[in-house]
Design a protein around this ligand. Sequence first.
Ligand SMILES: Nc1ncnc2c1ncn2[C@@H]1O[C@H](COP(=O)(O)OP(=O)(O)OP(=O)(O)O)[C@@H](O)[C@H]1O
Ligand SMILES: [Mg+2]
Length: 312
Amino acid sequence: MKPFVEARALHYAVRGVHIVADATLSLFPGRLVVIVGPNGAGKSTLLKLLSGELHASSGEVSCCGEPLRRIPAWLLARRRAVMAQATQLAFPFTVEEVVRIGLDTLGVDARGEAADEIIARALRRADISNLARRKYDTLSGGEQQRTHFARVLCQLAAGRRSESCQALFLDEPAASLDIRHQLTLMDAAREIADSGVAVLAILHDLNLAAAYADQLVVMRAGKLVASGDPAKVLAGGLLSEVFGVHLRLCAAPPKAAFILPHGHARRIAWSQPAQTALRRGPLDNLVCEQGSEPCATLLKNENASTSFSFWP
Ligand SMILES: Nc1ncnc2c1ncn2[C@@H]1O[C@H](COP(=O)(O)OP(=O)(O)OP(=O)(O)O)[C@@H](O)[C@H]1O
Ligand SMILES: [Mg+2]
């Protein structure tokens, strides 16, 4: 299968500082690629290079075999949609108007029944139909993020009328979402990939990345330091090194891998669950037990919150 978007040996430098260095990556129809990496690793910059928002200092990006630079903006808008990490809107649009921008950018007729149906479907998929008439700037952070997701869904749906192959770029699309909306957004991204779209998502949630990616790419200091099957990339121990924290790869039935940070005390509001008991531990700490099994060590008592670490 041919890649839909192909980047070879991309470099991007600002005033002599290499922000992306020697990046080679292909996006295939039907595949969901997830990029992870620390803040400032160059993930958003790479996404902008692949989507055509930025041009590389050297190296080449092609889309459908054509250099990205040569594809006119109107055609690019039909071939790919981009949900940026942060979006500022200058006017007091309603949610529906923001989503309609997804059609306006294509130069297609943004009025009429067909357009309304595309918008209604995108609003439903992003679970914001009930907010359609609300002013965008009065929405919560998560609601604004879902509005932009609906906008890119709308753009993809309209572009599909003329383009058989498309790409979707998502830069931290779930960062402000509650867990249900994180999962429904990633389910939608998965379905879009399954329908033949090449999807690239940047995620900070390693568990979402492990659960949804067909290919996991790890970036550090502008470079792609690992790329491949998520289970293999996660098992390699590289992530602990890249992020500078202790991470443990675990498996929960049925065979779902998850990443557990350990050795980092967390601060939570603690309420003692039913059937648990507290006893004094060997280091004068408090041990929480469920039945006869210890389940957590309490490190320090405070009024409403307590630092604790899970066993082991
Ligand atoms: N135009 C620019 N001028 C100077 N520095 C830049 C420019 N664009 C990006 N950078 C720097 O390049 C680095 C990579 O930025 P980028 O936004 O790609 O990181 P990121 O991996 O997406 O991080 P995050 O997880 O915080 O979103 C950062 O240190 C950023 O400050
Ligand atoms: Mg970023």
